[in-house]
Design a protein around this ligand. Structure first.
Ligand SMILES: Nc1ncnc2c1ncn2[C@@H]1O[C@H](COP(=O)(O)OP(=O)(O)OP(=O)(O)O)[C@@H](O)[C@H]1O
Ligand SMILES: [Mg+2]
Length: 397
């Protein structure tokens, strides 16, 4: 059994699957949290209590005792960069060790003291300047170049997660950390979109995670600290109501494209009595704040010279993708094809009732991890052959 946790700003999700190769969901839980803001932990005990509730729920559903978790995260302090590492091909034919050397070189770059590597995503390889090789093992050449996408997070992030897990249970360890967006891509993007060039937006509660895939690989990622909570706060302050009330109104009546909405008046019950709100005005507020978020994303793409290289358009997922009118607003602002990303691909069995945009990360990370394990297995096997050959040479000597 393998247990995954996704730490979002609004909720902690947990998923238990039985096996990586042909996985089936054995338990799922999603628990609201108030300990995370903009993807970063701001309150250890609140986050730990949500994690422990989530894990207890999973244990109760499955009857399985969890000893280890794999954690996916995002956060405004997550940053990324592309990097190149070179290694000499020792025997004129690329070995597993040469690949390892080139990958290690690509991931050892100078970063600020307070940052640490969250994930190194090997993208492709070049041999003597000839490129876009996905698996160079056994190919001939002199110089191997590994191109990776490196994702860094603050050291505090990992330390705080460790603390939360420790407070929530003294017996549970963390096997691995992931950047949640890598999971999202597995569950909502097709291979064809990734090959053509596509922008993926995960608009959650606290962060909007942007990534771009080109030629099948991730070439850009960035986390913006504005998302669904920003829209809720805008509504709360404009209507002078509590955030909790604004959140309910947003989900029930909200629309991101105000042209869709006629001017009906909504009678809303609030803690301090009733209030009349124009649905059109509500929708204009939402359209304004969602437009700001989307414009930030487009500026990011333009600054990085990516806007003209995403012919497959934009795929929007995360809880805020449930908002009516998102496609229309996205298309109006960007003039690109916009789709809502509902988890559809690479899913574990028995996940039919989980196929919502807010579950893209936790569902996709299972496949992401399975692929990584597969690669590591092949890699270790080829290293095994080298080790055996070396042993054979030594015994012959
Ligand atoms: N029907 C809906 N209409 C509008 N917004 C919605 C709807 N359903 C959910 N949301 C918004 O989605 C957000 C939660 O999304 P999600 O669960 O993906 O976030 P998260 O993973 O907890 O946070 P993050 O990834 O930003 O750290 C909340 O802001 C919520 O208001
Ligand atoms: Mg999220």
């Amino acid at each position: 059994m393998i247990c995954f946790l996704d730490l979002g700003t609004s909720k902690v999700s947990g998923l238990l699957i039985d096996d990586l190769s042909n996985s089936t969901v054995h338990a799922f839980s999603s628990i609201e949290t108030s300990g995370v803001k903009k993807g970063s932990i701001i309150n250890i005990s609140a986050t730990a209590s949500s994690i422990s509730e989530c894990l207890r729920d999973i244990e109760n559903q499955s009857g399985f005792k969890i000893k280890e978790v794999l954690v996916s995260i995002s956060g405004e302090e997550v940053s990324s960069t592309n990097s190149i590492g070179q290694a000499a091909i020792s025997e004129r034919e690329v070995s597993a060790r040469d690949i390892e050397n080139a990958l290690n070189m690509s991931s050892t770059m100078k970063i600020p003291n307070d940052k640490t590597l969250l994930y190194a995503m090997p993208n492709n390889y070049f041999i003597d300047g000839q490129g876009d090789i996905s698996d160079p093992l056994g190919m001939n050449g002199i110089k191997l170049e590994a191109r990776s996408h490196l994702i860094h997070c603050s050291k505090n992030t990992k330390d705080n997660i460790k603390k939360c897990i420790k407070v929530s249970s003294s017996v549970i360890g963390i096997r691995k950390y992931f950047y949640s967006q890598l999971g999202v891509a597995q569950s909502v993007l097709t291979e064809n979109q990734k090959k053509l060039g596509v922008c993926l937006l995960d608009i959650g509660a606290g962060t909007t995670d942007i990534s771009v895939y080109q030629n099948g690989s991730i070439t850009f990622s960035k986390v913006l600290p504005y998302s669904g909570d920003y829209i809720t706060e805008t509504i709360a302050s404009a209507l002078d109501i509590q955030s909790i009330e604004a959140e309910i109104i947003k989900k029930k009546y909200g629309c991101a494209f105000s042209d869709y909405i006629n001017d009906e008046m909504l009678k809303i019950s609030l803690k301090n009595g009733k209030k009349s709100i124009s649905r059109k005005a509500l929708s204009e507020l939402i359209e304004n704040s969602m437009s700001k978020i989307l414009r930030h994303c487009m500026n990011c793409l333009e600054e990085n010279n990516l806007f003209n290289y995403i012919p497959a358009g934009i795929v929007i997922t995360g809880g805020s993708a449930n908002m009516e009118g998102m496609v229309k607003l996205g298309e109006k602002l960007t003039n690109l094809k916009v789709k809502i990303g509902i988890p559809k691909y690479n899913l574990p069995q028995k996940s039919d009732n989980l196929l919502k945009p807010e579950n893209s990360a936790i569902l996709g990370i299972t496949k992401f991890y399975a692929l990584e394990q597969d690669k590591e297995f092949t890699f270790n096997q080829s290293k095994g052959i080298i080790a055996r050959v070396l042993e054979w040479i030594r015994t012959e000597l």
